[in-house]
Design a protein. Structure first.
Length: 234
């Protein structure tokens, strides 16, 4: 039975380098179905210094319409973005349109450290304006830098593949228990034949923690609210 939520995937045709064609996107969706995925947040990259917002939204709309026309399977696709954090992005006139569809959740990609206080101000402004900041693939950044952001109340998304590393897995499991990680993603790019196999395998190995992450993801999608669910019901 399809039950998993993939909160970070690059499956929209020609919206970014994640999928170069409709055929690739359909292959990705087929692989996701086999992995037991029921919902995918389609999050093409948005780099403000490379692309205007209007161009991004036009590409995304074209890609979404193309996929709707061709894909008739069971997976629900929620268009969003992987928003690269830069100073002043909180003032973008269409900021809400970067959110995962139907929510106030912004999947935010942090730049490479070191992070200056300007990034803290930008993140704080996003939260103050009512957005739920979900930090993408948090395992890629130094633990001390991420811990500081978690202490400030921000939440994270991790990639399923990262659980394969023993040391990384140990840290991620603790962050799940601490209520810092709210969602898991495939972060699939292209025809990666192992991406969804790894996603399904790691979710199965996570057991109750996988169910916890799915519950948190459902709540994020349903409410878009920035709460921490450290006392989730079983």
């Amino acid at each position: 039975m399809n039950r998993y939520i993939d909160m970070h995937a690059h499956i929209l045709p020609c919206a970014d380098h994640g999928s170069d064609s409709l055929e690739t996107s359909l292959w990705q969706l087929s692989a996701a179905e086999k992995a037991g995925v029921s919902v995918i947040a389609a999050t093409p990259h948005y780099y403000p210094d490379r692309l205007s917002g209007e161009t991004f939204f036009e590409r995304r709309e074209t890609a979404v319409n193309m996929l709707k026309e061709a894909y008739k399977g069971p997976i629900t696709v929620l268009p969003g973005a992987e928003l690269y954090l830069c100073e002043g992005i909180q003032n973008h006139p269409r900021l809400h349109d970067f959110c995962i569809s139907g929510t106030s959740v912004l999947l935010v990609e942090m730049p490479n450290p070191p992070w200056t206080s300007r990034y803290d101000i930008t993140l704080s402004e996003l939260q103050n304006r009512g957005y739920t900041v979900l930090l993408a693939h948090i395992e890629r950044y130094p633990a001390k830098d991420m811990d500081r952001l978690f202490d400030m109340g921000y939440m994270g998304q991790c990639n399923a593949e990262s659980f394969k590393n023993i040391l990384t897995r140990r840290r991620l499991l603790k962050l799940i228990d601490d209520g810092c990680i709210m969602a898991v993603g495939s972060d699939i790019h292209g025809v990666d034949r192992k991406a969804y196999e790894v996603f399904a395998s790691e979710m199965s190995l996570l057991g109750n923690k996988a169910e916890l992450l799915q519950l948190r993801s459902v709540r994020l999608i349903d409410s878009g609210m920035g709460e921490r669910y450290t006392n989730d019901p079983g």
